[in-house]
Design a protein around this ligand. Sequence first.
Ligand SMILES: Cc1cc2nc3c(=O)[nH]c(=O)nc-3n(C[C@H](O)[C@H](O)[C@H](O)COP(=O)(O)OP(=O)(O)OC[C@H]3O[C@@H](n4cnc5c(N)ncnc54)[C@H](O)[C@@H]3O)c2cc1C
Length: 389
Amino acid sequence: MKRLEIGIAGAGIGGLALGAACAQAGHRVRLFDQFDAPAPVGSGLVVQPVGQDVLERLGAGPAAMALGNRIHRMLGHDARHGRPVLDVSYDAPGQPRFGLAMHRSALFQVLLDAALSAGAELVASAQVTGLEGRCFTMGARREGPFDLLVDASGAGSCLSPMKPRALAYGALWATVDWPDTDLPVNELRQCYRRANRMLGVLPIGQLAGGSRPKAAIFWSLPATAYPDWQAQGLPAWKAEAEGLWPDFAPFAAQITDPAQMVMARYAHGTLARPWAGDVVFIGDAAHRASPQLGQGANMALLDAWALACALREARGDVALAVSWYGQARRWHVRAYQLMSWLFTPQYQSDSVVLPWLRDAVLFPVSVRGPVPRILTRLVCGDLLPPVAE
Ligand SMILES: Cc1cc2nc3c(=O)[nH]c(=O)nc-3n(C[C@H](O)[C@H](O)[C@H](O)COP(=O)(O)OP(=O)(O)OC[C@H]3O[C@@H](n4cnc5c(N)ncnc54)[C@H](O)[C@@H]3O)c2cc1C
């Protein structure tokens, strides 16, 4: 097979997965990232079974399993009466699957190890600012030419033509130690008051190099309300959170500085075609959604795997591989983007009707007949084939 020169902008989840897969296939891979050095940034995410498959194929599965924490169930309750309003279990009959909750930096580390050990090169302090023919530009600097240019620079991509729509709500996230608590260590727990308050606890296992189990905590907030939250002060926030959900108290108690809570703003958008001219887009540069369905990292892993497979099948014909990649991911991406768009306002919005519909109609339906199995597959990421043949 022809050995390709592959340039990837962004050494995040998608970029590193693609870098690992392509280097393992014998291509020469250079990854450019704006960070000066890899650092443990971010908080918790869930690698769903479809994403775990990709990690396995890259040889990164065992390391990810050792750091992450298995989630078997997602349970959400209403703050006012304590009754469940979301209950999705991974263990569909005959398919004992689980979500692998991880700190983003732990996932980053196992993918970085896979990419570097396969021979990919990581160039740090390299902020891609544009394209010139088959080269990346970084201000006055040029890198290339490459046979394949990939934009994996995530939500802030300067190369992607996507025009995402900002969502009304984001969330504050923090990573804390897993405290002495009655909450189960294998469940994602959430608490809601209508859709304008949502708080949650995700047990995420360990950081790379760490030994203590951690939790990611989140507090839903209108995207414009962060200054108000800061002005309100931690004691008032903790009192409100604990009033809504007493079990949240030992997690919130570990927040002693507002800067521990990092505001994440969400947006929604999908490229009609994940390539343009000489560059192909993967991950958040190709599609963005709220994390409500827990699919962001998985979509990036699947994109990376689909593109690597297309390159292998097309035997070095880059144009053919890129169009096969677009076809392979087309319907899976669209379906999940649509479902994320439909689900998000039920959990994060100012609507009164949608959370009522969620609790009074959708939840009772969600625990009957075949619906739990459909929801399990939705969350696992394979309601549709993730990479179409
Ligand atoms: C710092 C950070 C923290 C995050 N924390 C969380 C989290 O806590 N929970 C969660 O669910 N998701 C988090 N995400 C998002 C999540 O990782 C992504 O949604 C998902 O993994 C999609 O992966 P991706 O490869 O498309 O993008 P990302 O994983 O976001 O990777 C993009 C990479 O591109 C680099 N980059 C950006 N612009 C440029 C540029 N111009 N030139 C060169 N490099 C560039 C970034 O530094 C980053 O390393 C975070 C993303 C980042 C960048």
